[in-house]
Write a protein that binds this ligand. Structure first.
Ligand SMILES: *Cc1c(COP(=O)(O)O)cnc(C)c1O
Length: 340
């Protein structure tokens, strides 16, 4: 596996830190918990899409694109990071936002990631939940071509074999960090959505024969569908790396027990995880992805799923900007005591 053979731009702040979570470990009574800070990738407040965009944007530029098109939910972190790097590269950016929650409040529709998309100069359009977003992007690309532009379509979440290379690279980076401090990683846990993060991690870890199990905590699809998506993309990513047939079906494990009412709707366990990390570690999670991923990790620890004498790494995929799109849904009191 030699990633320098693939076109890549370098704008992420790498390597991201790997830090112990002492107070959370104490609070839960073990296992030893670590956090890989991919919320600190640097681009417009960071997140996991930045690593994917290093490879996707290099591909776009090699195809002489002057415009990028992508899609996501209203509070998409992927949309925000795409808008930011398009701005830096001087490309036009068109974003189609799917209303997956039906939330009508001002903060959800205009603050958080949406505010930043607009600050970065992206052109936004909203579409109803359930729209065929891939088809909508194709239609928009046709229109832009008629206007003389050269559009490049980035799939939702940047999840295709090109984007997943960002997480193959993250897997290699994590192995180096663990090796440097003689840390044996027993489990790697993170939130999984459009599947590129887990697919890239699995391809990178299996390709390195690291024997580290990855557990994706689902945020939308049921387990069967999520695992099928991740497995398919992991296989295609391995093919793209020139390592066909290395991924076994059992290398891909997801758990969708923490989705709650649906995508983008935080549950009580999400709120508990967000406040626990904020208050024990000073770390900001998010209400859509990392909050649910951490809720899954906390619950599985409480159920005894992990050996107490083991080391578990949580990959923090970012998303805290979305907190500002969910102010009334985080369980934080709306009023502050008047003092004096
Ligand atoms: C997109 C996203 C994920 C999920 O990553 P996928 O590659 O889409 O599975 C997790 N956390 C955050 C904060 C995200 O924005």
């Amino acid at each position: 596996m030699h990633l320098s053979r693939y076109p890549r731009l370098h704008f992420a702040h790498l390597p991201t830190p790997l830090e112990p979570m002492m107070r959370l470990t104490d609070h839960l009574g073990g296992p030893r918990l670590w956090i890989k800070r991919d919320d600190c990738t640097g681009l417009s407040s960071g997140g996991n899409k930045t690593r994917k965009l290093e490879f996707l944007m290099a591909d776009a530029l090699s195809k002489k694109a002057d415009t990028v098109i992508t899609q996501g939910a209203t509070q998409s972190n992927h949309a925000r990071q795409t808008a930011a790097i398009a701005a830096k590269l001087g490309l036009q950016c068109h974003i189609l936002l799917e209303d997956r929650t039906g939330y009508t409040d001002e903060a959800y529709g205009h603050n958080g990631n949406v505010l930043l998309d607009q600050l970065h100069g992206a052109t936004l359009a909203t579409l109803p939940g359930g729209t065929d977003m891939a088809a909508a992007m194709e239609d928009l690309a046709q229109k832009l071509k008629q206007d003389g532009r050269t559009p490049y379509i980035i799939p939702g979440g940047g999840s295709n074999p090109v984007g997943a290379l960002g997480y193959v690279n993250a897997a290699l980076e994590l192995l180096v960090q663990a090796n440097d401090r003689a840390l044996v990683i027993d489990h790697l846990v993170h939130a999984t959505g459009s599947s590129g993060t887990q697919a890239g991690l699995v391809a990178g870890l299996v390709g390195s024969r690291a024997n580290i199990p990855v557990l994706g905590i689902g945020v939308r699809a049921d387990r069967a569908k999520q695992e099928a998506m991740v497995f398919d993309l992991a296989c295609r990513t391995a093919d793209y790396l020139g390592l066909p047939d290395i991924i076994r079906r059992e290398d891909v494990v997801a758990n969708s027990d923490y989705v709650g009412e649906g995508y983008g709707v935080p549950s009580d366990s999400t709120r508990e995880a967000v406040s626990m990390l904020a208050q024990l570690e000073g770390i900001l999670l998010d209400p859509v992805y990392s909050g649910k991923g951490m809720a899954g990790l906390i619950d599985l620890i409480r159920k005894g799923h992990f050996d107490k004498d083991s080391d578990v790494v949580f990959l923090h995929t970012g998303g805290s900007v979305a907190l500002f799109g969910y102010p009334g849904r985080l369980g934080v009191p709306a009023t502050i005591a008047a003092g004096g």
